[in-house]
Design a protein around this ligand. Structure first.
Ligand SMILES: [Zn+2]
Length: 272
């Protein structure tokens, strides 16, 4: 999951839109000059207000929440290129059923375990994952497909910024934000095993659901498993997280497999 946007990068979700509607509806019933009319006006105003509020919440629900367990969702999150790699060093196999708004808790990769996957060295993954990722990039290239790492390891602190600051900027409640971005401590990115992948030939599809139409995605779908990678949030994923065709995680060694699968026996996430 990714998650959270490059500041300024358009997200495809419509979550931000509906929040200022209700104000306009409240003018009507005020200041009725004739006293005996007030109860009637209040009743009508109450009914109208209730209906409108119900309508708005319904709209927000559909606009922001992954449909419970059953549907794909527009992009949850986009990711910022992970730059700094400051990290705490929790032990790497803490697994539990601790979820926040549908997202599982994961431990953060120690910095000493990270290796670069981008040419400039800014994007990193855990060594085992980085090695396989590089091999995957080579294999794709020889098939004429350019896989570009957009984001890899992201510290819990960076995720905190993405979750709260971007959420505030977009006037999103935590529940609305969580449909698009993992709460800090609950992103696969800080495990060092997750990466957001773009197609070098069509950068406009970066972090967009349209990425699924690219050659890169098609190549990944056909070949990623040979390198130990899988898509974390396919359509209808049991966590109820938005569909993210660009977000892949390494599950090709014991530590990564346990990291993601020991915590899996959870109920389907219910996101409001
Ligand atoms: Zn991601």
């Amino acid at each position: 999951m990714n998650k959270a946007g490059v500041p300024g990068k358009p997200q495809n979700s419509s979550a931000a839109s509906g929040d200022d509607i209700p104000v306009a509806l409240r003018d009507a019933p005020e200041a009725a000059p004739k006293v005996y009319l007030q109860p009637l006006v209040l009743v009508i105003g109450g009914v109208v207000g209730f209906v409108l509020l119900a309508g708005i919440s319904g709209f927000l629900f559909f606009a922001t929440a992954p449909k419970n367990t059953a549907n794909s969702q527009p992009t949850p999150a986009s990711s910022a290129p992970a730059s700094n790699a400051e990290s705490s060093n929790s032990v790497n196999t803490q697994n539990n059923n601790d979820t926040v708004l549908g997202h599982l808790a994961y431990s953060e990769a120690p910095e000493s375990e990270l290796a670069a996957v981008s040419a400039d060295g800014r994007i990193k993954m855990r060594k085992a994952a980085a090695e396989k990722f590089q091999a995957m990039v080579q294999a794709a290239r020889s098939a004429g497909v350019i896989l570009v790492p957009i984001s890899g390891f992201r510290s819990v602190k960076e995720q905190e910024q993405l979750f709260f600051a971007v959420g505030a900027q977009r006037n999103q409640t935590p529940a609305q934000r969580a449909a698009l971005s993992a709460p800090p401590g609950h992103s696969e990115h800080h495990t060092g095993y997750a990466t957001d992948i773009g197609d070098g030939a069509t950068p406009a599809t970066n972090l967009q659901p349209d990425f699924e139409k690219t050659k890169a995605y098609q190549w990944l779908e056909a070949n990623a498993a040979r390198f130990g990678f899988e898509m974390s949030f396919p359509k209808d994923n049991p966590q109820g997280v938005s569909y993210e065709p660009w977000h892949w995680r390494f599950v090709g060694d014991r530590d990564s497999l346990e990291m993601f699968y020991k915590a899996r026996n959870l109920k389907p996430a219910k996101i409001p």
